[in-house]
Design a protein. Structure first.
Length: 154
Protein backbone atom coordinates (compact mmCIF):
# COMPACT_ATOMS: atom_id res chain seq x y z
CA UNK A 1 0.00 0.00 0.00
CA UNK A 2 2.80 2.44 0.82
CA UNK A 3 4.28 1.96 -2.68
CA UNK A 4 0.95 2.90 -4.27
CA UNK A 5 0.77 6.01 -2.09
CA UNK A 6 4.33 6.96 -3.08
CA UNK A 7 3.52 6.50 -6.77
CA UNK A 8 0.36 8.59 -6.39
CA UNK A 9 2.24 11.43 -4.67
CA UNK A 10 4.90 11.22 -7.40
CA UNK A 11 2.27 12.30 -9.91
CA UNK A 12 1.58 15.46 -7.91
CA UNK A 13 5.21 16.40 -7.16
CA UNK A 14 6.79 18.89 -9.55
CA UNK A 15 10.29 17.53 -10.16
CA UNK A 16 11.40 20.65 -12.04
CA UNK A 17 12.60 22.44 -8.89
CA UNK A 18 14.56 19.43 -7.68
CA UNK A 19 16.19 18.82 -11.07
CA UNK A 20 17.07 22.52 -11.44
CA UNK A 21 18.45 22.69 -7.88
CA UNK A 22 20.65 19.64 -8.45
CA UNK A 23 21.80 20.86 -11.86
CA UNK A 24 22.84 24.14 -10.25
CA UNK A 25 24.77 22.29 -7.53
CA UNK A 26 26.47 19.84 -9.87
CA UNK A 27 27.18 21.80 -13.02
CA UNK A 28 27.50 19.95 -16.32
CA UNK A 29 30.39 17.99 -17.80
CA UNK A 30 30.02 16.13 -21.07
CA UNK A 31 33.30 14.32 -20.38
CA UNK A 32 33.83 11.81 -17.56
CA UNK A 33 35.73 13.17 -14.55
CA UNK A 34 37.02 11.46 -11.40
CA UNK A 35 34.79 12.32 -8.44
CA UNK A 36 36.38 10.89 -5.27
CA UNK A 37 35.15 7.29 -5.65
CA UNK A 38 33.92 7.04 -9.24
CA UNK A 39 33.85 8.54 -12.68
CA UNK A 40 30.97 10.95 -13.17
CA UNK A 41 29.61 12.95 -16.07
CA UNK A 42 26.57 14.96 -17.06
CA UNK A 43 25.11 16.37 -13.86
CA UNK A 44 27.11 14.07 -11.61
CA UNK A 45 25.74 10.67 -12.59
CA UNK A 46 28.00 7.65 -12.37
CA UNK A 47 29.96 6.75 -15.50
CA UNK A 48 32.33 4.10 -14.10
CA UNK A 49 34.17 2.91 -11.00
CA UNK A 50 37.64 1.81 -12.12
CA UNK A 51 39.93 4.74 -11.38
CA UNK A 52 42.49 3.43 -13.86
CA UNK A 53 40.05 3.28 -16.78
CA UNK A 54 38.40 6.54 -17.75
CA UNK A 55 35.14 5.73 -19.55
CA UNK A 56 35.19 6.63 -23.24
CA UNK A 57 32.86 9.09 -24.92
CA UNK A 58 30.72 11.96 -23.78
CA UNK A 59 27.13 12.52 -22.65
CA UNK A 60 24.72 15.07 -24.10
CA UNK A 61 22.93 17.61 -21.90
CA UNK A 62 19.59 16.09 -22.89
CA UNK A 63 20.67 12.58 -21.88
CA UNK A 64 22.26 13.88 -18.67
CA UNK A 65 19.07 15.67 -17.72
CA UNK A 66 17.00 12.55 -18.42
CA UNK A 67 19.38 10.45 -16.30
CA UNK A 68 19.09 12.99 -13.49
CA UNK A 69 15.30 13.05 -13.68
CA UNK A 70 15.12 9.25 -13.66
CA UNK A 71 17.37 9.12 -10.58
CA UNK A 72 15.38 11.80 -8.77
CA UNK A 73 12.06 10.06 -9.47
CA UNK A 74 13.44 6.80 -8.08
CA UNK A 75 14.79 8.59 -5.02
CA UNK A 76 11.47 10.30 -4.49
CA UNK A 77 9.70 6.97 -4.30
CA UNK A 78 12.28 5.51 -1.87
CA UNK A 79 12.15 8.61 0.33
CA UNK A 80 8.34 8.89 0.44
CA UNK A 81 8.03 5.18 1.20
CA UNK A 82 10.45 5.55 4.12
CA UNK A 83 8.86 8.67 5.61
CA UNK A 84 6.07 8.43 8.16
CA UNK A 85 4.66 11.84 7.17
CA UNK A 86 4.97 14.07 4.12
CA UNK A 87 7.51 16.86 3.74
CA UNK A 88 6.92 20.26 2.22
CA UNK A 89 7.91 20.74 -1.42
CA UNK A 90 11.08 22.62 -0.42
CA UNK A 91 12.01 20.05 2.22
CA UNK A 92 11.60 17.24 -0.31
CA UNK A 93 13.65 19.12 -2.90
CA UNK A 94 16.45 19.65 -0.38
CA UNK A 95 16.33 16.00 0.69
CA UNK A 96 16.38 14.85 -2.96
CA UNK A 97 19.52 16.91 -3.53
CA UNK A 98 21.08 15.50 -0.36
CA UNK A 99 20.23 11.99 -1.53
CA UNK A 100 21.64 12.62 -5.01
CA UNK A 101 24.90 13.83 -3.50
CA UNK A 102 25.27 11.52 -0.49
CA UNK A 103 23.33 8.40 -1.47
CA UNK A 104 20.41 6.65 0.16
CA UNK A 105 22.49 5.19 3.00
CA UNK A 106 23.04 8.67 4.43
CA UNK A 107 19.55 9.80 3.47
CA UNK A 108 17.97 6.86 5.30
CA UNK A 109 19.73 7.98 8.51
CA UNK A 110 18.24 11.45 8.11
CA UNK A 111 14.81 9.96 7.38
CA UNK A 112 15.01 7.75 10.48
CA UNK A 113 15.57 10.85 12.61
CA UNK A 114 12.74 12.74 10.87
CA UNK A 115 10.47 9.78 11.67
CA UNK A 116 11.72 9.86 15.27
CA UNK A 117 10.57 13.46 15.70
CA UNK A 118 13.55 15.61 14.73
CA UNK A 119 12.54 19.22 14.18
CA UNK A 120 13.26 20.85 10.83
CA UNK A 121 16.24 22.62 12.40
CA UNK A 122 17.62 19.40 13.87
CA UNK A 123 17.24 17.72 10.49
CA UNK A 124 19.02 20.58 8.72
CA UNK A 125 21.78 20.48 11.34
CA UNK A 126 22.22 16.75 10.79
CA UNK A 127 22.44 17.18 7.02
CA UNK A 128 25.12 19.84 7.56
CA UNK A 129 27.39 17.21 9.12
CA UNK A 130 27.97 15.67 5.67
CA UNK A 131 30.73 18.03 4.54
CA UNK A 132 33.68 15.65 4.20
CA UNK A 133 35.08 14.00 1.12
CA UNK A 134 37.86 11.47 1.42
CA UNK A 135 38.10 12.34 5.13
CA UNK A 136 38.77 16.03 4.45
CA UNK A 137 36.51 19.03 4.92
CA UNK A 138 35.23 19.98 1.46
CA UNK A 139 34.23 23.62 0.98
CA UNK A 140 31.99 22.73 -1.98
CA UNK A 141 30.06 20.35 0.29
CA UNK A 142 29.85 23.03 3.00
CA UNK A 143 28.24 25.39 0.47
CA UNK A 144 25.93 22.68 -0.85
CA UNK A 145 24.73 21.77 2.65
CA UNK A 146 24.15 25.48 3.37
CA UNK A 147 22.07 25.78 0.19
CA UNK A 148 20.09 22.66 1.14
CA UNK A 149 19.57 24.00 4.65
CA UNK A 150 18.22 27.34 3.39
CA UNK A 151 15.81 25.46 1.17
CA UNK A 152 14.85 22.89 3.81
CA UNK A 153 14.05 25.60 6.36
CA UNK A 154 12.16 27.87 3.95
Amino acid sequence: MKYKQARASERSFDFTDAVDFIKNQEGFSADPYWDNKRWSWGYGTAAGYDKNNKPPGTISMAQAEQDLLDYVKGSYIKITMALNSPLSHNQMTALLDFDYNEGFGSTSKVIKNINNGYTTQQTADEMNEYVYSGGLLNNDLVKRRQDETRLYLS
